[in-house]
Design a protein around this ligand. Structure first.
Ligand SMILES: [Zn+2]
Ligand SMILES: [Zn+2]
Length: 88
């Protein structure tokens, strides 16, 4: 477990405990670090970039289900082509 610390508007801190191995709600990979978007979404999805190759993730604006589907397809591709993650 890790603890994320968020600065509260008007002062003070908000501490949230989270499981760094819990799957991200978008890509399904472990979140590793809490993002500004919260502890359920990984910092990479929060920025919209792939954690493995750094390309922009295929986000579908306004459609989280489609976004999830497309991003997970991309993650699956990395698992099937581990060596390709090296050359960007
Ligand atoms: Zn993610
Ligand atoms: Zn990638």
């Amino acid at each position: 477990m890790k603890t994320a610390v968020y600065q509260k508007i008007g002062g003070g801190e908000l501490k949230i405990e989270y499981d760094e191995n819990a799957p991200c709600i978008i890509c399904g990979e472990p979140v590793i670090e809490a993002s500004m978007g919260g502890t359920a979404i990984c910092p990479w999805c929060d920025c919209g970039n792939c954690r493995y190759c750094g390309v922009q993730l295929p986000f579908v604006f306004g459609d989280q289900e489609k976004t999830k589907q497309k991003v997970r397809e991309h993650m699956k591709w990395h698992k099937e082509h581990p060596a390709s993650a090296e050359d960007k």
